[in-house]
Design a protein around this ligand. Structure first.
Ligand SMILES: *[C@@H]1O[C@H](CO)[C@@H](O)[C@H](O)[C@H]1NC(C)=O
Ligand SMILES: *[C@@H]1O[C@H](CO)[C@@H](O)[C@H](O)[C@H]1NC(C)=O
Ligand SMILES: *[C@@H]1O[C@H](CO)[C@@H](O)[C@H](O)[C@H]1NC(C)=O
Ligand SMILES: *[C@@H]1O[C@H](CO)[C@@H](O)[C@H](O)[C@H]1NC(C)=O
Length: 480
């Protein structure tokens, strides 16, 4: 779910440093007033995102208390200088082995990326990698080095007088082998002993947090006939669920997810490691075949989240009543360059042009009546009807890119399936690469959609409910 890792090893930029020093003095003011408010993930995989100065303005306009980056972007950190916003930065996954192997490397990374902002930015969390235990392709190269890298960076922070920063790593719900009922929560057997035990030991010893990415949206979409939408959206009065193992009663799906993680930690003997929700949220849009992704649901979820997570005294969860759980919503902007299904590009609380997707107050203080009415939900039930995959509007002209995508699609589909768009085929149109591309994209998607294939092709493709067939050329479609 998280944005793709962003591969930047930022070297120190002396010019920026100078600017920062000028801004700093006196600007680091008390921020207790907003400390219960949500933080926001500031992903940058958009072709049309505004500059950091605008992003920071927008963050403040909705009362954000914190911001979390997927790197240590110096331009963004420079913009945060002197603000009350707490910053969370990330060491990219690719650098974990080097940081683990070499203390000088860790020291240099901290010196280059963080020290320039040490006195101007409220640096709070250093996250070592993003959801690495969900990526089996780096199982051998990176997983075994995670704890060592965290230890070295922890030491580097001390060396560089950044003692207040906590070192953690973000993990997704798939670190659990069992998550239901919550009391049965247990870590996957491949990571429990080799990774989770030393990780939890490190987090406990360094008084850090377990950083969890938890999205009720995903289990709800997979079980929307069984789990009520209100329960997933944290609507008051939703039908509750009682865990037969613990006897605890749940009023929402997010609490269930959090308690499954608490149960898994407790099972390994670590009751006292506190949680941070590093990502959660709800998509404000998506493809025709994606259920429940709309502005109304996104607004309801994130508003309820803000109220719940900023409550005083803290609500906690049924298994950890009263626990404070700092929370980062995903994300600041809709990001048009995130691959995958349409929802991936629709998690923002803002459009890239800075317009709010819906009204939101991350301090949780505003009642619903203070916001403009929300649009009706159009897709809370599964879509019924036919869907096709075609070339996205405006992408018809980039013939080089389209040709590459067609070659890929035709290489994946059943042998001979692309014959229709070769000379003499029923869908061949001379000098019309976009037409051929639509045909190939549709072939590919109809064959692979049930196994997770998406209608995206780097932004070249999109779903349609208008049959693109023309004349003797038929585009196939299975009803959704
Ligand atoms: C350790 O990291 C430093 C800084 O990046 C580098 O100069 C040095 O060559 C590295 N040493 C080893 C043994 O990789
Ligand atoms: C990791 O190592 C194991 C055991 O040596 C091997 O079977 C597996 O293919 C490797 N996985 C990856 C992703 O390299
Ligand atoms: C910003 O973008 C959104 C989505 O494309 C659009 O609906 C809205 O009108 C835009 N706002 C302005 C001020 O251009
Ligand atoms: C076509 O796509 C390529 C590869 O992404 C890109 O470099 C190029 O600028 C695009 N050309 C047009 C006309 O959009």
């Amino acid at each position: 779910m998280a944005p793709l890792r962003q591969i930047h090893l930022h070297l120190q930029l002396p010019l920026l440093v100078v600017v920062v020093v000028v801004v700093v003095v006196g600007a680091v003011t008390a921020q207790a007033a907003v400390s219960g408010a949500l933080g926001v993930n500031y992903g940058q995989l958009g072709s049309d995102l505004p500059p950091p100065s605008r992003a920071v303005q927008l963050l403040r306009s909705v009362g954000a208390a914190r911001v979390k980056l997927y790197d240590a972007n110096p331009a963004i950190l420079a913009t945060l200088a002197g603000t009350e916003l707490q910053a969370s930065v990330m060491l990219p996954n690719q650098l974990i082995p080097a940081a683990a192997a070499n203390q000088s490397f860790a020291d240099l990374w901290v010196a280059s990326n963080l020290v320039p902002f040490r006195s101007s930015v409220r640096l709070r969390f250093l996250l070592v990698g993003n959801e690495i235990l969900s990526d089996y392709s780096i199982r051998n190269s990176t997983w075994p080095h995670l704890i060592r890298a965290m230890e070295r960076l922890h030491r580097s922070l001390k060396t560089h007088s950044l003692r207040r920063m906590k070192v953690g790593t973000t993990l997704a719900m798939d670190v659990l082998g069992t998550s239901f009922p919550p009391s049965a929560g247990v870590f996957r057997s491949d990571i429990a002993d080799p990774v989770m035990v030393p990780l939890l030991r490190f987090l406990l010893r360094s008084r850090s947090f377990f950083f969890l990415d938890a999205y009720p949206y995903f289990p709800w979409t997979a079980n929307s006939a069984i789990i009520s939408l209100d329960y997933a959206l944290m609507v008051k009065g939703a039908k509750t669920y009682t865990d037969p193992g613990s006897g605890l009663t749940y009023t929402n799906l997010l609490d269930q997810q959090l308690d499954a993680v608490f149960a898994a930690m407790t099972r390994l003997g670590f009751r006292d490691v506190p949680l941070v929700i590093a990502e959660t949220g709800w998509p404000n849009g998506g493809d025709y075949d994606q259920i429940g992704a709309n502005v109304r649901n996104a607004a309801i979820f994130n508003r309820n989240l803000a109220r719940r997570m900023s409550a005083k005294p803290p609500a906690g969860t049924p298994a950890r009543p009263g626990a404070t759980i700092p929370t980062f919503v995903f994300s600041l902007f809709n990001e048009d360059q995130k691959p995958g299904p349409g929802t991936e590009r629709h998690w923002g609380i803002f459009y890239p042009n800075g317009t709010g997707v819906y009204g939101i107050d991350l301090t949780g203080k505003k009642p619903d009546a203070a916001f403009a009415p929300l649009p009706a939900a159009t897709n809370n039930e599964p879509f019924k009807g036919k869907i096709w995959c075609v070339v996205a509007p405006g992408k018809e002209r980039n013939t080089t890119e389209l040709a590459a995508a067609v070659a890929y699609a035709c290489g994946q589909v059943k042998a001979g399936a692309c014959r229709a768009i070769s000379p003499g085929g029923s869908c061949y149109r001379r000098d019309s690469p976009a037409w051929h591309a639509g045909y190939a994209f549709n072939l590919y998607w109809q064959q692979f959609r049930s196994s997770g294939g998406t209608c995206y092709f780097n932004g070249l493709a999109t779903q349609t409910i208008k049959d693109p067939s023309a004349g003797s050329c038929k585009f196939s479609s299975a009803a959704s």
